[in-house]
Design a protein around this ligand. Structure first.
Ligand code: PLP
Length: 358
């Protein structure tokens, strides 16, 4: 720490992203990326037209991309904003959507970034306890007095709330903004997007990182009432108007145009998830039912940490989250069929040889 850092950031604990190893040959199942390449149309778009024009700034409205999203979802353009990853849109939201008392409510176990944003932007984080099935107790979110942020499905377990329950939260919080982070929604949960026209207190945030195979392109999007979207634009223009680069605008639009490829990939992940869960249950794992592209697993015979290490020694990277209530689990991203078979094989070996068992 330098002596120049503002007091208020001296105690800040930054978010720890999952490892992004540089060496090849690892099976990487730790950050919920897609195992598949982006749509061939994305590659084409970047190759053919993108490099021309890089001497110019990108379009601050990312109009090409916003139009494509608008057409895809049949939602008007003034209800859409795109960001440099959904992380940026979440950060803006924590920054500007705090009411008088600055309270922001979210689950005690959820996307690790929320508590960091709350701290950076001086919000009063109120963390509501998930129940023992690591699921959101919906009534706990009725009639609150602050902004509400819910990831749906909620990591690291991947449990989800129904659209009807999202609507119940909206109805009982007319004066609070309700932000639904749908990073994983298209792996089987219900989206709140259909409520956008009906409720002016809803902001739905999605990303191209997980189900659109574009984590490295850094593209997120948010949908809401046009006044909410205007607020987000205002802060974006006060911060970084060219938040999406030229290549990502083109890549995103091309990805949205290839519906068939996208649906094929998500269907594949869902099928691999079902097979993987059943294989792991046969090995004696306890798994919380997940509607996302990851599962949280635990086994009586090995601690979460030891299992993480044993897999790492076999060149398989999963996520160990050293936090209360989930410290005995590891979170495993659903990769390709081959990845998951390699993981179950490695697990059998770990058990056969008694590596790290308790
Ligand atoms: C991965 C993830 C994000 C971040 O997505 P980016 O668009 O890559 O910034 C946001 N929210 C949740 C719940 C996530 O898991």
């Amino acid at each position: 720490m330098s002596r120049f850092l503002s007091d208020k950031y001296q105690m800040l604990k930054a978010y720890t992203p999952g490892e992004q190893p540089r060496e090849a040959g690892l099976i990487k199942l730790n950050t919920n990326e897609s195992p598949f390449p982006p749509s061939p149309k994305v590659i084409e778009a970047i190759d053919s037209s993108a490099s021309a024009g890089l001497n110019r700034y990108s379009d601050p409205d990312a109009a090409w991309l916003v139009k494509a999203i608008s057409r895809y979802y049949n939602i008007s353009e003034n209800r859409i904003i795109v960001g440099n990853g959904s992380d940026e849109l979440l950060a803006f939201s924590f920054m500007i959507f705090q009411n008088q008392n600055r309270k922001i409510y979210f689950p005690d176990i959820t996307y690790g970034f929320y508590k960091v944003y709350a701290e950076v932007f001086g919000a009063d984080a109120r963390r509501l306890r998930l129940n023992d099935h690591l699921t959101i107790d919906i009534e706990g979110y009725f009639n609150l007095d602050g902004t509400i942020v819910l990831a749906n499905p909620n990591p690291p377990a991947g449990t989800a709330v129904s659209c009807a329950n999202v609507e119940n939260i909206l109805k009982t919080n007319k004066n609070n903004l309700v932000i639904i982070d749908e990073a994983y929604v298209n792996f089987g949960a219900e989206s709140g997007l259909q409520l956008i026209e009906k409720y002016d207190n809803l902001l739905v945030i999605q990303t191209f990182s997980k189900d659109r195979n574009l984590a490295g392109a850094r593209i997120g999007m948010a949908f809401g009432h046009e006044e909410i979207i205007k607020d987000l634009h205002k802060i974006r223009y006060s911060f970084n108007p060219y938040n999406l680069n030229r290549l990502s605008i083109l890549a995103g639009a091309a990805s949205v145009s290839d519906k068939g490829y996208y649906e094929m990939c998500t269907e594949k992940i869902k099928a691999v998830r079902e097979k993987f869960v059943s294989d792991m249950e046969n090995l004696g794992f306890f798994i919380i039912p997940s509607l996302a592209n990851f599962v949280l697993v635990r086994h009586d015979k090995i601690s979460g940490y030891d299992y993480y290490i044993a897999l790492k020694e076999k060149n398989i990277l999963v996520r160990y989250i050293n936090e209360k209530r989930i410290g005995d689990y590891v979170r495993i991203t659903i990769g390709s069929e081959e990845d998951m078979e390699a993981l179950t094989e490695a697990t059998k070996e770990i058990f056969d040889r008694g590596e790290g068992l308790r």
